[in-house]
Design a protein around this ligand. Structure first.
Ligand SMILES: [Zn+2]
Length: 347
């Protein structure tokens, strides 16, 4: 079967591989739609170390092709969403309530990290009953595929931010995950949502998804302080993965507030925190982090949001490609060309 792989750090391309086989609890899914993620670019640049001929991609939907003997809830022909994060669920981190950290830190992140990913004609899903969800008939693939990572991670950014109803929230960077964090903040009852981004198309989308104000990164701290009457925000969401945006998140959060990090800090040895604005360590500013939540329950809940038309993620699809054009699509996403937000890949 055809796959799109990271050949080594800095090099991608197509490769033929054998079709995967299911173990007793596993499923093999025939891919129908996938999305390229900025974290795929981070991986190719070496953020998680060297990988050899690893199939990329972790955001996909498809049709069940085969299931193992122990799989109870799914059968061939089912149209399914698969979480980007596929924990094993029986391990201690999962039992402690941290399935994304299954077996090791970030261990729930198996696709295109610990095993082959979803940029392939078929892909393998471990613990199929726990890691897949049936897609409701009224929800198209091109919408459902956003639940694998973008909705799950973005909404988690808002959930982890401890937003009071009527509270104030700043979202640093309005890429796809920041946009879904913006939408999540509104859904959770924020009273004022301030987006931070410089790109006009992203500013417009931030407003579409619920930002009341969108400010430029250059004077974001001053603008956010002014918009909150000098108090700062209850909650800041870092959705870029850069030192400056994390620092500014700490700066604009009021004492007692929460900084929710969903950005992927892909380079550098350390991430630093501004000492004085952190209240020299004593201002009761909580910094929470998280990796995309996976699992059938989470996926089913996200699909309800689409079924009930609470949100339309397809506004983020700026480009569409066939799988055969994957190399071109990857370059556009990698270099952020042509105003790209999310490229959708049809199989
Ligand atoms: Zn992703």
């Amino acid at each position: 079967m055809k796959t799109f792989v990271m050949k080594q750090i800095g090099q991608v391309g197509f490769m033929d591989k054998p079709k995967p086989e299911p173990g007793p609890n596993d499923a093999i899914v025939r891919t129908t739609a996938a999305l390229i993620c900025t974290s795929d670019s981070h991986t190719v640049k070496g953020a998680i170390g060297e990988r050899k001929d690893l199939t990329l991609g972790h955001e996909a939907v498809g049709v069940v092709d085969r299931v193992g003997a122990e799989v109870k809830l799914f059968k061939p022909g089912d149209r399914v969403l698969v979480g980007a994060i596929t924990p094993v669920w029986g391990d201690l981190a999962s039992q402690a309530g941290h399935p994304s950290q299954s077996e090791q830190p970030l261990g729930g992140w198996r696709f295109a990290n610990l095993k082959d990913g979803v940029f392939a004609e078929y892909f393998h899903v471990n613990e199929a009953d726990a890691n897949m969800a049936l897609i409701p008939a009224s929800v198209p693939d091109e919408s459902a595929v956003y639940c694998a990572d973008m909705l799950s991670t973005g909404f988690m950014g808002a959930e982890n931010a401890a937003i009071p109803i009527g509270g104030t929230v700043a979202v640093f960077a309005e890429g796809p995950v920041g946009l879904m964090a913006t939408a999540g903040a509104r859904l959770l009852g924020a009273g004022l949502v301030i987006g931070v981004d410089a790109v006009p198309a992203r500013k417009e989308l931030a407003r579409f998804y619920g930002a009341d104000e969108v400010v430029d990164p250059d004077d974001a701290v001053a603008r956010i302080m002014a918009l909150t009457g000098g108090r700062g925000v209850d909650s800041a969401i870092e959705a870029l993965g850069a030192e400056i945006t994390l620092a500014n998140s700490v700066r604009v959060t009021k004492a007692g507030g929460t900084i929710s990090n969903i950005g992927y800090h892909g380079h550098g040895e350390y991430v630093s925190i501004p000492r004085v604005e952190w209240g020299v360590g004593m201002a009761e500013k909580t910094i929470r982090t998280g990796l995309c939540p996976g699992g059938r329950l989470r996926m089913e809940r996200l699909l309800v949001m689409l079924e009930r038309k609470r949100i339309d993620p397809t506004r983020m699809t700026t480009h569409r490609f066939a799988f055969a054009e994957m190399d071109k699509a990857f370059e556009i996403m990698d270099k952020k060309l042509d105003g790209v937000i999310k490229p959708l890949i049809a199989f």
